[in-house]
Write a new protein. Structure first.
Length: 203
């Protein structure tokens, strides 16, 4: 379910949903001053689909689609580059190498750092589930804007790139070492917050 919102992006019937996956805001902008995309953004989408899920009159089809979008977007908003700069489309136009292979910065943060770990996904999930009660309480009770503000703050660190001997941006073990703890914490926060929201929505 959590990947469905990405799987449909190649379907022309869902092209209108592309802006729902992110929000663009510059360092000097605030949530009060930022110009929002009239076609929607990730915060508007989370609010919309939360309301769809709460509505007892929502059809079964609309409800499962809303749930799939909602689960996906809770993950996306915790990835720092989904609260991105307009000029580089959240790191999508920042070309880098990943262990010598061509890619872009956004892709590194979407999947490649996670794929670098040595555990199976089941083992990794169990490892990430070790969350203290204090952390659960600290991460709960916050708004979508607060989640986004965290990502906006963290994204500065994503641009501190590792270079090879040729002076190319070639991200390797040092970049993973520095940033993997950030990725893991954001995965944990997203999981706790998704559980909190779904418990509230479905009582």
């Amino acid at each position: 379910m959590s990947t469905w919102a990405d799987e449909i992006r190649s379907d022309k019937n869902w092209h209108h949903a592309a802006p729902w996956h992110y929000i663009s805001i510059e360092d000097d902008e605030t949530w009060q001053s930022v110009t929002r995309n009239p076609d929607g953004d990730i915060i508007k989408s989370l609010q919309l689909f939360e309301n769809v899920l709460k509505n007892t009159k929502t059809s079964q089809k609309d409800k499962w689609q809303a749930l799939a979008f909602y689960v996906h977007f809770v993950g996306d908003i915790h990835q720092p580059l989904h609260v991105g700069h307009r000029h580089d489309k959240g790191g999508n136009t920042i070309n880098v190498k990943w262990f010598g292979q061509e890619t872009n910065l956004h892709s590194v943060w979407d999947s490649k750092i996670i794929e670098q770990q040595q555990l199976s996904y089941t083992e990794y999930s169990e490892f990430l589930s070790r969350i203290s009660q204090g952390e659960r309480q600290q991460w709960s009770g916050q708004s979508y804007y607060e989640w986004a503000e965290e990502s906006k703050f963290l994204r500065k660190k994503t641009y501190i790139l590792e270079q090879n001997y040729q002076g190319e941006d070639d991200l390797r073990f040092n970049y993973v070492f520095v940033n993997k703890p950030i990725v893991e914490k954001r995965l944990q926060q997203a999981g706790i917050r998704l559980a909190e929201k779904l418990n509230a929505i479905f009582h």
